[in-house]
Design a protein around this ligand. Structure first.
Ligand code: SF4
Length: 382
């Protein structure tokens, strides 16, 4: 079995609208397109299969909004995947869901299929803020969603929030964290708002209609988030992710640790050895390619050993556990010259207080966590 078969991502590119900040590929939900998408997805699994059924350790349905599918469409999608995936080695199966889109029937289908983790796109608990960023749910839908997921027997529930949204001050952010914690999730993700190209948010910022948070505000928000969540037993296991002990998202951890993975569906990316590829983003083109028996690749490249290991090394630093340099070099075939270069750069970063060493294991300091992109850049160019 290929290493990449162990971690499978399925992109479900449908939403019931467009959030103003969203840079992901998604299109409006349409039942006929979803049916064609599911058929094409099955073909893509078949084209990439090297020996019968896949037997992944983690499976992740992301989007888009996978939970927007009708009950019939969700059942078709699950059957398409389960016909090609053996779940005997599966440790984690996550689905992303938005509040207001989960019915008891959908949850029963998910639970029966083997889904054991739901990541809920909450973003904010303030109805005024939710409306201003183009979300289609309201705060009350969040509690309903958490109760329904738990009631269906899925106990591993993540809440995803966006920090530093326009109009959210320290007091409102504090309340947001309290409201999230009151729902007793196992996992909380907090990403600060960023402006992606070609989004409505970009237009609003460029026209001066919306102002972004200052650097000070962002740092204060991150500090408040970390201290509040830690007080409630959540560890910051990755720069933007917090969880109760034992509830790390295994799929995402495998990515940050540098494991290979396969991505299926429009715009999904894959990493298999030195190869990287990304699928065509438009569902129509994705479906057309697969109906002709052609892989729907949009971009593909084969990295050199140096670029491959540098990319994996850089991502590993996002994890609180850091990276054991000697072990990493052994695992990824990094030569002594490159290992020494990284060692020199890390020593220099340590003098600046952004990384620290514990034997051979290097990790970001508190200050380094806020400068992770800078650290990644330094490691990438050396
Ligand atoms: S729900 Fe998610 S994928 Fe859909 S538009 Fe909003 S941010 Fe983008």
């Amino acid at each position: 079995m290929r290493q990449a078969d162990k971690h499978i991502y399925v992109h479900v590119p449908f939403c019931d609208g467009k959030c103003i900040y969203c840079g992901f590929f998604s299109e409006l939900y349409d039942p006929l397109t979803v049916h064609r998408y599911s058929e094409a997805l099955g073909r893509e699994f078949d084209l990439l299969s090297d020996e019968g059924k896949y037997s992944p350790e983690t499976l992740y349905f992301g989007g888009g909004t996978p939970s927007i599918l009708s009950e019939e469409a969700l059942e078709e999608l699950l059957n398409t995947v389960l016909a090609r995936v053996d779940t005997k080695n599966l440790r984690e199966w996550t689905i992303e869901a938005n509040p207001g889109t989960l019915s008891p029937v959908k949850l029963r289908l998910l639970k029966t299929a083997g889904v054991n983790r739901v990541s809920i796109g909450v973003q904010s608990f303030d109805d005024r803020v939710l409306k201003s960023i183009g979300r289609r749910h309201c705060s009350a839908d969040v509690a309903d969603a958490v109760i329904a997921v738990r009631g269906a027997g899925i106990k591993n529930i993540g809440i995803d929030l966006i920090a530093c949204l326009p109009g959210v001050d320290d007091r409102l952010w504090s309340k947001t964290l309290e409201q999230a914690l009151s729902l007793a999730p196992t996992h909380v993700s907090v990403y600060a708002l960023t402006v992606e190209n070609d989004t409505k948010l970009e237009l609003l910022v460029n026209s001066g209609t919306v102002s972004l948070a200052s650097d000070d505000h962002i740092l204060r928000t991150i500090a408040l988030t970390e201290s509040t969540l830690q007080e409630h037993g959540f560890g910051r296991y990755e720069i933007s992710n917090f969880c109760r002990s034992g509830y790390e998202c295994l799929h995402n951890v495998s990515f940050w640790q540098g494991d290979d993975y396969l991505g299926f569906g429009p715009s999904a990316s894959s990493r298999d050895g030195f190869a990287r590829w990304t699928n065509r983003p438009q569902t129509g083109e994705y479906v057309s390619c697969l109906s002709e028996g052609v892989r729907p690749q949009h971009e593909a490249e084969v990295l050199s050993r140096e670029s491959d290991s540098a990319e994996r090394f850089m991502f590993s630093f996002r994890l609180a556990q850091g990276v054991d340099l000697a072990e990493f070099c052994r695992k990824h075939g990094v030569d002594n010259a490159q290992a020494e270069k990284w060692s020199r750069v890390l020593s220099s970063l340590a003098r600046n207080g952004v990384v620290e060493a514990d034997g051979q294991r290097w990790r970001l300091t508190s200050r380094g966590k806020e400068l992770a992109d800078y650290v990644a850049g330094e490691l990438l160019v050396c």
